[in-house]
Design a protein around this ligand. Sequence first.
Ligand SMILES: C[S@@+](CC[C@H](N)C(=O)[O-])C[C@H]1O[C@@H](n2cnc3c(N)ncnc32)[C@H](O)[C@@H]1O
Length: 294
Amino acid sequence: MSEIRLYISTTEKRAEIALSLMSDAFEDEGYAIATMEIDEKNDIWEASVYMFREDEAAIHDRFAALLAGDFPEAVIQREVLPDIDWIAKSLEGLKPVRAGRFIVHGSHDRGTARPGEIAIEIDAGQAFGTGHHGTTAGCLEVIFNVMRSRRVKRVLDLGTGSGVLAIAARKLAPVRVLATDIDPIATRVARENVRINGIASGVTLETAPGFHSTAFRRHGPFDLIIANILARPLMRMAPQLAAQLAPGGGDVILSGILASQRWKVLAAYNGAGLRHVSTIWRNGWVTIHLDNRR
Ligand SMILES: C[S@@+](CC[C@H](N)C(=O)[O-])C[C@H]1O[C@@H](n2cnc3c(N)ncnc32)[C@H](O)[C@@H]1O
């Protein structure tokens, strides 16, 4: 099924306002996802909403109505996203990525792990997470640091995409991982990657937006929560996410955050009772580690 992106081009501040309107309006609808993107070279920000083609007419009207008040000048632009397996294509030319003790590679690079490295094979699929993005690599690094120093039994990977982070945690230790994604294509791709990596048990995959599934009650509370989503939804879900953490002491890894957004995200999580442990930077993106220990 092809996907459509409707978007407006504006400044960073205005894109944030638009995104907040859109996130509230489309919050509980898995088929319409609001995001913010930057064309760094030209400093142009885009507030976008992604949807399947069959939903376009309805979403377009709602998008236009939302913008009418604060953005009367906005011109809604449209992009048809190619219905191709673009990750499979791009993987052909991608080199393995190393982060922490992990090496993430495609099937064409099997056998490149050095002694002591943990290999994760991520293959074709229309889901995010090959290890090459600064946010994924940042999460892998912090997962490794947390799991080598803490006793972790239950992990939540919120927004699992290709499943790369869930697979990393499961390969590092005998943990139980709940991996969820709002997008059914992502959970399908993640399931295949779990299989390719020879993981027979310990990873449960669910298609669910946010925390509304019964799986959370069955699997939580969690010693480690990883959420590589985007700053705005992360801020909005701070109290719910903090409530999923094991009260005896748990760790949270957040990513999908631009360097300029880190203070706001930190403020939201401090407000939810979490403490900053560390922040790492990769290619303009930050990954934040917090915990609920005193
Ligand atoms: C940036 S990708 C991260 C993928 C992978 N975890 C990684 O680190 O490479 C974000 C993923 O989060 C999913 N997502 C966005 N909002 C979500 C929500 N509220 N609940 C669950 N998943 C969500 C998206 O569909 C997407 O697959």
